[in-house]
Design a protein around this ligand. Structure first.
Ligand code: ADP
Ligand code: ZN
Length: 438
């Protein structure tokens, strides 16, 4: 089901017109109300009048996470405090968090873009939407919550954690849609598996909206099989609003961007020039109708490509390809670039392993070490190393050929690798810890 066909199926020409109008307005607001943008635009010699259509976006300055931190907390705000209705912040693993503020209208637009994704799973009145993203400063919980409300569905705000109770309610209440990170969904699937009182086929789950972190096709297959649902990818970031900046349709072939609200570009992160259409690079977003904190050309650091071909579903918006990860998730090990998602892709090709993994990178005797913890499923597990070998060898060979790096693989007992209730942490890079000390 399409939530807002007028916008989501708009002709490309009309969409560009709408984007051009909204960009002009956004740039004018930024120039007049946000000293940071006035300064940046003056430095580049760009005036709001120079922006006549969406194609002129390339004349505008970029915004980086660094800029947001410098302007912490409210430096980029374009409206007085009295217009603000809510404040969120991203986890901000190091230093100050990134802050997002919202006017009444911003909250409405955000709910609208989440509702568009939920509509893909026909979520509406009578549906129970279990929101197991964390509620709080993190945008996941309240974002999904407001989207479900706009669809007229029943909101079940379980937040993340408390997994036994979570799965009990899922069964007893008859949850039909689940929203959480894919890693937490995996964990919930395991909790269900261990509970003799709950059979996945007895659950009423129909669809899951999973996002907030990169996940691979292997994880999707695992979730769809174990939870008996259709797994839909939902993408977003605090800097734009939160979840809902984009979402997959039922064809699961790319993430439709809410292009009337967020204009995507892909740039080469080195030259900062736009890449050729369809080429891989860094995703950049400009907000087109945010009032509280409009953002020009925000460098997300997410690496992906844009798909311009029309989609079978009838939506006309451009789609994001699967996100490989953030440029800062990339590990350089013995000179080879490695994304955790590449390891995940290879690992999930092997049904004998659970999809859980943990990478430890270190430096010993002037050489990088790469340790990979994986778990054999209970039916294959043995503590005897000679019994583990036949499983390790094929995984090792495949990683060497696909990723180009030789791992030290360690088999763990099922359940031994730490599970996450929010965004999973797959990597410990001890080299950066050492660097921090210097
Ligand atoms: P934080 O920076 O603390 O993680 P956010 O919650 O704002 O805060 O995270 C946004 C980021 O999460 C995105 O830039 C992207 O890297 C990642 N992300 C969100 N949704 C997805 C998704 N569906 N697939 C891949 N990555 C995602
Ligand atoms: Zn589609």
């Amino acid at each position: 089901m399409i939530h807002n066909p007028e916008i989501e199926c708009m002709s490309r020409e009309d969409m560009r017109k709408l984007q051009s109008e909204r960009l002009q307005k956004t740039v004018k607001t930024c120039y007049e109300n946000v000293p940071f943008y006035k300064r940046k635009m003056d430095e580049m010699g760009v005036k709001p009048e120079d922006i006549k259509s969406i194609d002129d976006i390339v004349k505008l300055p970029f915004t980086t996470k660094h800029d947001l931190r410098d302007e912490y907390p409210f430096g980029l705000q374009a409206v007085p405090q009295s217009e603000i209705r809510r404040i969120h912040a991203s986890s901000g693993t190091t230093g100050k968090p990134v802050v997002g503020t919202y006017t009444e209208n911003d909250l409405k637009m955000w709910a609208e873009c989440v509702a568009r994704v939920l509509a893909v799973g026909d979520v509406g009145p009578g549906d129970i939407v279990q929101v197991a993203y964390g509620y709080g400063l993190f945008t996941g919980g309240l974002g999904a919550h407001d989207g479900a409300a706009l669809r007229g569905a029943i909101q079940l705000p379980t937040s993340s954690g408390n997994s036994e109770k979570q799965t009990m309610l899922m069964k007893d209440f008859g949850t039909t849609a689940l929203c959480c990170t894919p890693s937490y969904a995996l964990h919930l699937a395991e909790v269900i598996e261990k509970n003799p009182d709950i059979k996945p086929e007895d659950l009423k789950l129909r669809v899951g909206f999973f996002g907030a972190e990169p996940w691979t096709w292997g994880i999707r297959r695992e979730l769809e099989k174990k939870l008996h649902l259709k797994a839909i990818d939902i993408y977003g970031l605090t800097e734009m609003c939160g979840p809902g900046v984009g979402g997959e349709c039922q064809f699961q072939n790319g993430t439709h961007v809410a292009e009337d609200m967020f204009y995507p570009e892909i740039i080469n992160p080195e030259t900062l020039e736009p890449v050729a259409p369809g080429e891989e690079g860094e995703l950049v977003f400009t907000s087109l109708c945010k009032e509280a904190m409009p953002i020009l050309r925000y460098r997300t650091r997410d690496l992906t490509h844009l798909i311009y071909e029309p989609c079978e579903c009838g939506r006309t918006s451009v789609r994001l390809g699967k996100i490989l990860g953030r440029s800062d998730d990339m590990l350089i090990i013995r000179g080879v670039n490695v994304f955790p998602s590449q390891i995940e892709t290879v690992l999930t090709e092997f049904p004998v392993f659970t999809p859980q993994y943990f990478i430890t990178v270190d430096r010993k005797n002037n050489e990088d070490t790469f340790d990979l913890d994986v778990e054999l499923r209970a039916e294959y597990f043995s503590p005897n190393p000679s019994k583990q070998m036949p499983f390790i060898k094929p995984l090792y060979d495949r990683i060497v050929s696909m990723v180009g790096i030789k791992p030290n693989i360690h088999i763990k007992e099922p359940g031994n690798i730490e599970r996450s209730i929010g965004k999973a942490k797959h990597v410990l890079d001890k080299r950066t810890l050492l660097a921090d000390w210097k």
